[in-house]
Design a protein around this ligand. Structure first.
Ligand code: TXA
Ligand code: MG
Length: 350
């Protein structure tokens, strides 16, 4: 299949390109587009044959449900059978934006969208291109992240091209995504509501609106997670990833020690570290590849750069990525969740 690649300026959108994307969606095709979190691969959520093409292009397991994207909160009514307490307040505060809410699903939603579950995940994205495409299509759009299943999510159009070129008809490139990590998934069918996946909206922000919120215990412990997608290896580059965890005082020597030990095995090693650590490392070693994720306190910058940095390390053909752990508070919960998945939970501590 020929893949068309169109660059769009979010400030001055090319109407013809949006119309082309919307028409493809209505015809049962898939289209990749930017959201404020990561790029999505969309299909008409009410067309099971179109939705099947998402699973095929990504190589995604069929039991991993998709998020349905809506152009406005009113679109939700026909897709759900119940609007649990707190839902309106959350939509008011966080939509459009990176919060996905799980509702009991209506019979209108095909079962391949929800991986056979009787619930459906909904979100209204904030990116102007995503919103314009949804409006133009006039249908709800099921869209997982637009990466090959298991790979880091795409935060620029080129990542989508690398993964899906030849497999989908159209990529809309809107430049870098803002957040860099996906939406927070909040299950409103649980009492109290439960965070199944940390993301762009933090636990603390949700608590401010609805009070009591729980986190899926499986996010911390070794239990089967409730969100089907969280059980798969995910966000993983080709290189092996090891997390380096230590106090601010110890982290640099921890990295230097492990680097010097591991480099003797002949492996090419990348370091993905905080700005502070990079400064301390400067006079101690010259790694094969180094990328700064951001200052320790600037977790939104770290989130924004994380997936790109993992992909950059692969482009430099390293065998191993040593990555510095960050705080898991606030947006750090999403950062550390993705990092642990990318590393398959492999952590070296001091
Ligand atoms: O930011 C995002 O959410 C991006 C952009 C494109 O919107 N999308 C995204 O989709 O990250 P995906 O498919 O990569 O992740 C969807 C997550 C998975 O962990 C999936 O298991 C969970 O949402 N999910 C979807 N429907 C669910 C449901 N009914 N119950 C529980 N978890 C669900
Ligand atoms: Mg994904």
């Amino acid at each position: 299949m020929q893949t068309e690649y169109i660059k769009l300026d979010p400030e001055h959108m090319d109407k013809a390109a949006l119309k082309k994307g919307a028409l493809l969606l209505r015809q049962g095709e898939v289209v990749a587009f930017p959201t404020e979190t990561v790029y999505g691969l969309g299909a008409n959520a009410l067309d099971p044959a179109g939705v099947d093409k998402i699973f095929l292009a990504k190589g995604r397991p069929g039991d991993n449900p998709l998020i349905v994207h809506v152009a406005h909160p009113g679109q939700l009514k026909s897709l759900v059978t119940e609007i649990p307490p707190g839902a309106y307040a959350l939509m008011e505060r966080f939509w459009p934006g990176p919060l996905t809410l799980i509702f009991p699903k209506s019979s209108l939603v095909p079962s391949n969208v929800t991986g056979g579950l009787n619930t459906v995940a909904l979100r209204m994205p904030k990116h102007p291109i995503a919103l314009a495409l949804l409006q133009e299509a006039g249908v709800p759009v099921a869209a997982p992240s637009a990466n090959l299943s298991g790979k880091p999510s795409p935060t620029v159009g080129e990542h989508v091209w690398t993964d899906l070129m030849g497999k989908i008809p159209l990529i809309l490139d809107g430049g870098e995504t803002q957040y860099g990590v996906e939406s927070t998934v909040l299950d409103l069918t649980a009492t109290p509501p439960m965070i199944l996946r940390p993301g762009g909206v933090t636990l603390e922000e949700i608590q401010e609106v609805i009070g009591e919120v729980r986190q899926d215990p499986a996010l911390k412990e070794n239990q089967p997670p409730r969100s089907p997608g969280m059980k798969y290896t995910h966000y993983a580059p080709e290189a092996e990833v090891l997390i380096m965890e230590g106090s601010e005082q110890e982290i640099t020597s921890l990295i230097v020690n492990h680097y010097q030990r591991l480099v003797k095995t002949g492996q090419k090693i990348a370091l993905l570290v905080s700005e502070e650590t990079a400064q301390e490392l400067e006079h101690q070693l010259v790694p094969d590849y180094l990328e700064i994720l951001g200052p320790r306190k600037n977790l939104s910058l770290v989130a924004h750069r994380l997936f790109s940095a993992l992909r950059h390390a692969d482009l430099h053909s390293v065998d191993l990525i040593l990555i510095e752990a960050f705080s898991d508070q606030g947006l750090g919960a999403a950062v550390m969740n993705r990092m642990r998945k990318a590393a398959g939970n492999k952590v070296l501590k001091s």
